[in-house]
Design a protein around this ligand. Sequence first.
Ligand code: GLY
Length: 391
Amino acid sequence: MKNIFPIIILFLLSSCQSSQNKNTDNQQKTTALNYTYANRFENLLNYPVNPNKIPRGIDKNFKKMKTSKSPTWTSGFFAGNLWLIYELTNDKRFKDRALEWTKIVEIEKYNDEHHDIGFKIYNSFGHAYKNIQNEEYSNVIITAAKTLTNRYDDNIKAIQSWNAKEGKWDYPVIIDNMMNLELLFEATRITQDSTFHHVAVNHANTTLKNHFRKDHSTYHVVDYNPDGSVKAKKTHQGYNDSSAWARGQAWAVYGYTMAYRYTKNEAYLAQAEQTARFYLSHENLPQDGIPYWDFDDPDIPQAPKDVSASTIMASGFYELYEFTDNKTYLDYANKVLETLKQPEYLLDKSVEAPFILNRSTGNYNKNSEIDCPIVYADYYFLEALTSKDEI
Ligand code: GLY
């Protein structure tokens, strides 16, 4: 999730005339958005608020909703989607509903059972705080950041993603974990307490050292020994240990671009660019820009696609473009947003479910959420739309 404070300052500094132009631009943008996605947005708004049924996805045939409770890693995205629609449209109904869903995940600020607290709290309360400068919300962010640091080990210099599992791993760190660092960086920005920043930087450095292959693709899981040495490099959600799981590549690019935003460490930017190049130049990346779930699945081109990887990557690329001025990233992000307007990917308006996009793949290896709508694909899609100049 990106920070809007610089946008607010720029806005205050701008002249009356340019603010009138901006208002006209925003109105045009909102009108275009309403035209393309309005009915899908209403489906999100109208979905009944229920702490035991937080929308996560629907099956491939659009018959069965998949919902979760707050401990699940995806629980903050639905609130985030409503916040993002509010940020895109300025329609207050979405803000009110976003707040209701946001409060449901507050309890997760104490949950240190896994690393996903960043996804849950920052993608919900982060928006609440951004839009309503309220100490109640910043306190949730700070408490959650403290909870996340419970999973940090200073010998290993990384946050443990999942708990140890006998015969499987001891101290697994997954590339997705880079995304949770935003919660820590923001906690330091709010409190000026550098402890959170320090943990985030150490985690990013350890991941930089151990997670990337020579071709700059990323492993999914690195398992550590207590002294910080690497025990194993493997996959959990990819095709095999040496394959390039598409969403993992997107977490890496977005994660290191975001980490660069807070640190200005050139090594982070270089890693984001190298992994971006791996992804963009891969022979198995389809022309329409939407990757298969894993670049190494031998079933390609029959393998399922993963829209979520493309939306995470597109949102990350809008920011990477800002830092590098390399138009390749802008072009890819714009292409993805264009592609996703096509009926193949945009959920048909007859489907009454609180989602926008189709054709994501959650966990292929567990035969779970394959080629269907998934809440986090929508989140990064909406976030990418907030970065795009024209819709
Ligand atoms: N963090 C889990 C996933 O990307 O599926």
